[in-house]
Design a protein around this ligand. Sequence first.
Ligand code: 13P
Length: 689
Amino acid sequence: MVRKIAVNVARLVIAMTFILSGFVKAVDPLGTQYKIVDYLKAMQLGTFVPDFLTLTASVLLSAVEFGLGICMLFAIRRRLVSLLALCMMIPMTALTLWLAVANPVTDCGCFGDAVTLTNWQTFTKNVVLLGCVAIVRYRPLDMMRFVSKTNQWIVTNYSMLFIFAVSAWSLYDLPQFDFRPYHVGTNILKGMEIPEGAEMPTFETTYLMEKDGKRQTFDIDHYPDSTWTLIEANTRQLTKGYEPPIHDFYINDIETGEDITMQLLEQKGYLFLLVTPHLGSADDSQFDRINELYEYSRDHGYRFYGLTASDEKAIGQWRDMTGAEYTFCQSDETVLKTIIRSNPGLLLLKDGTIVRKWSHNNLPQLDEEQANKSLEQLDIGHLPKDTTPRKILDIVLWYMLPLFLLTIADRLWAWSKWMKRKEETNKIFKLLRKKKMRKKIVAGNWKMNLNLQDGVALAKELNEALAADKPNCDVIICTPFIHLASVAQVLDANVIGLGAENCADKEKGAYTGEVSAEMVKSTGAQYVILGHSERRQYYSETPEILKEKVQLALKNGLKVIFCIGETLEEREANKQNEVVKAELEGSVFNLSEEEFRNIVIAYEPIWAIGTGKTATAEQAEEIHAYIRSIVAEKYGATVADDTTILYGGSCKASNAPELFAKPDIDGGLIGGASLKCADFKGIIDAWKK
Ligand SMILES: O=C(CO)COP(=O)(O)O
């Protein structure tokens, strides 16, 4: 248990970290690409790898991280994914150790610009993650699944589609979430301010001095007297001090080389900055639109500058190619790349505040009417509404919600499958289902007892007792022929069903002493007992005769309580299964499924009838389950599940509850104990226990 919890906590930590890190990289693929280039430069490989490769690597890296995170979260391909995570984390941890020690790149870029970590923090984070991956790798199968194997492909494919769409959209337009210091709404001057009392950087200078050929290093507090000669002074920075979010922004006038940052930012009004870090690789497809915007700003007296890190030659080429008339200024390439992830990209500032940012693919287009208006009058001249909540909602609606719904549907499906399996294997579940689906019946078989008056009186008494205390099973009384019509008169058919104990194997005609199924039906009876062992034994009813009787009873709309059961010798010879199977096959398994649904089976071991010897509940359950299994073989599991199988043979109020509690025993066919109202009701009430 503890182990399982540890594996699942570790798995969630890895999943969340990978998903976050993959997502923020996908949101800003160019930022990730720049970071990759930084690493390559630090390894002296910068010049060998072309841009398209580093950009592809950036997109793939985010997809791999996000994909691994999702697989961890949903426990998809557990063994493979934990191995891949380990293969990724080992070199990553080694790499970040090198970063922490050698410090070739200051920010690792693990979480893009969303979360900035120092190199030692990154290394610590990776050590923790490596630990988690090791735990998960040790027991990958302890990870609990959120979606079943058959539906995992939906999660992975949908996630891959999502993350590539995020990357593509961010590349085409701009990062959908801007975590950099130059996001819309930022006042650049404010971003450059150092608050009063902020920590200042500290430095230490040491002095290498010489006296009489002996050299020694001193700090300022222990600076020696003039007998020492200064050889060398060394200054090193001890602490960085406070660094404002924008600390390296500058704009230089190309012609004069003068820094005009303050002049441009402090001047009130609108300012367009066309940012092109590198003119040689800038996209020039939209130059018409850029020129139109320049003309618009010129007509309305707005300032418009190109800002690049390229040299004058490149600027000249750009002018020739695009007909650009705007003035170019110079700035730092990295700063320009940080300002906007588009080359070129357009910035609109008002009073030093960034009001809008456009990728070259999404530049504003002004129609004639708009072109005549000032920026104050246009939408684009004002800060946009904060679209972050909307974007988050989009992600929730388009990505998280479908996955969530899939998970719920999948879990419900898995749960119903589990329940089904449980029902098939677990007796308690079986019992629950049986009680839910099949008819529970307690039927009385009066046999050749009670004269007409006593019979009618008993029927009346029982009717009243059950009307006053409703049974929660079906109750049937099966009486001799002569009682039927009269008893039918005193019974409430909604409370007690009526049946005969026999019917003829002939339809009608010269069969002196016989009573046909049609006649039985005409009394108001709904059931007939057939195949009782006493009739088989004393009146030589063979399976063939019973087959005829069953057919005629069903034809006349009677339901049949069909009795089967073995003799003591047969039980002792362990032949009970064979016997009951042969009895069913001999008389009822010829029926169609529809006909068979009108059969109630009564298992009555002959050695238990009227003898006071009851089959134990376990014995009875065992053979009832067997009977149900052969019905299932013949008619299928559904019919078998719906078939009521009664137990008969010395069943009393005292043993009925135990018998009826068995999953395959659906009630009783009662002989002796059905002749007294109290005894019979006692058995009926067993269903209430
Ligand atoms: O034969 C029976 C019901 O048909 C069982 O009889 P007893 O309940 O008297 O044993």
